[in-house]
Design a protein around this ligand. Structure first.
Ligand SMILES: C[S@@+](CC[C@H](N)C(=O)[O-])C[C@H]1O[C@@H](n2cnc3c(N)ncnc32)[C@H](O)[C@@H]1O
Length: 232
């Protein structure tokens, strides 16, 4: 599904509108990055609401997963925008690439990073988290869902965890490993859900990506990438 909007994002990530309002109050403008926006409905809802007070960039793996024309088509259909907005709205920008590699932003340049239901597809999830910490500005904030578990029924136990970490041939639970890093936080949201919050700074998990397994190559209708790491 590539059409989740702001309402779902607010439940899964916390109130993004409030977060953006706070950044604008503090800095006048907000630079925002969404990783894996799909059709970009959250981005366009924020753009419609905040206008030129925000600059928003979304990175999909491929243009066919979501681009400006798909975004406009669905935003009109959902009545997020109307035709009169087409000439005036400051549209979010799409870029394409693998967000598990180096993010194409300067260090300390982004005020808000968010991502819903996308990280489970990345090969190098832990590197993505490190990069989020790097690109976030001082006092910048991030909210991320969906990286650790496939959450899928009908998947063998060995594929349910999407981040596997080994030390000297023994598996260490990824959720326990990340607890040691102060820039990595799990936050409890008002909705009762939890999200990952990476805080700005230098984050180095000291891991080496050894292999990835595409869950979809094993199960026809299931999606996710298992990332297997060793501790350096
Ligand atoms: C299941 S869709 C979710 C879209 C949207 N966030 C939503 O919740 O409706 C997954 C999105 O992640 C993006 N994606 C998958 N792998 C990616 C990668 N390695 N780097 C960046 N984006 C990726 C896809 O392009 C797609 O837009």
């Amino acid at each position: 599904m590539k059409t989740r909007g702001l309402e779902t994002a607010n439940k899964k990530l916390g109130n993004l509108v409030e977060i953006v309002e706070q950044i604008i109050k503090r800095k006048g403008k907000a630079k925002i990055f969404e990783s894996g926006p799909g059709y970009g409905l959250v981005m366009i809802e924020l753009a419609k609401r905040f206008g030129d007070k925000i600059e928003i960039i979304g990175m999909n793996l491929k243009p066919e997963h979501g681009n400006k024309s798909i975004m406009i088509k669905y935003a009109l259909k959902r009545k997020i925008i109307d035709k009169s907005d087409l000439a005036t709205l400051k549209f979010p920008k799409f870029i394409y690439g693998d967000a598990g590699e180096k993010l194409p932003f300067k260090t300390e340049s982004i005020d808000l990073v968010y991502s819903q239901t996308s990280v489970y597809l990345y090969k190098d999830k832990m590197h993505f988290f490190e990069e989020v910490a790097r690109v976030l500005s001082k006092n910048g904030i991030s909210r991320i869902t969906g990286g650790f578990y496939s959450g899928e029924e009908g998947i063998a136990p060995e594929f349910r965890s999407l981040i596997k970490i080994y030390r000297n041939g023994r598996e260490i639970q990824a959720k326990d490993y990340v607890k040691k890093f102060r820039l990595f936080k799990i936050v409890n949201l008002r909705s009762g859900k939890q999200a990952i919050q990476i805080n700005p700074g230098k984050l180095d998990f000291n891991l080496k990506l050894e292999a990835t397994i595409n869950i979809n190559h094993i199960y026809k209708n299931k999606w996710g990438m298992q990332s297997i790491y060793t501790i350096n």
